[in-house]
Design a protein around this ligand. Sequence first.
Ligand code: SF4
Length: 234
Amino acid sequence: MKLEDEIAELKEHLEIQKKLKNPGLLRAPETETGPLPEAPGKASAAGLESIRSALGDCTRCKLSSTRNRLVFGAGSPDAELMFVGEGPGADEDRQGIPFVGRAGQLLTRIIAAMGKTRNEVYIANIIKCRPPGNRNPENDEITACFPFLEQQIEVIRPRVVCALGKFAAQTMLGSDTPISRLRGRAHPFGDDCWLVPTFHPAYLLRNPAKKRETWDDIQLIMKLLNWEKPATNN
Ligand code: SF4
């Protein structure tokens, strides 16, 4: 099936979801932070600052006792494309910036291969504090933290969210389907947004043969965004 046909079919599916009053993942979050900041038109830096301010020196889950730095997110508040990973690692925990370790450097190269810089996209994680020993986040931690990422998405209003790795993809889609079956296509995600899962850069460092499939996913994202096709696969 052609990409255009697949997109048309997915849009139709999204319309049916709307008619069934299925708000999808991006429901209006009711958290202790109160209502979303107003975001007239496209996203505003003020909206993100308001969410960051509401988080404060967050102690809403047990990860607060082991983290060094809370990693809120970084990039353009007007980004058309958001990358969402699992959670901060050791380098990110030290610097308070997402994706700055070896995996982050690979993500930076992927973004450069799209003809963009990190300042033109937005990068965040499902949870904002590093789990000890880089273990998987636990349910109570996701429950406490995920609403803030949802608010960031609501404010930024990206056209595409790229979920990096199994954990981010499964959490955002509410699915336990393996990443190998979730990736390779665009999933309707809220209003006027697509979610494209792909492999996590850390996984690519261990399995470089998977870069080819990741590059296919990146090209799909570029088609969805009408970004100019890159000349080479870096
Ligand atoms: S992981 Fe999220 S909810 Fe838990 S302490 Fe950090 S910012 Fe707060």
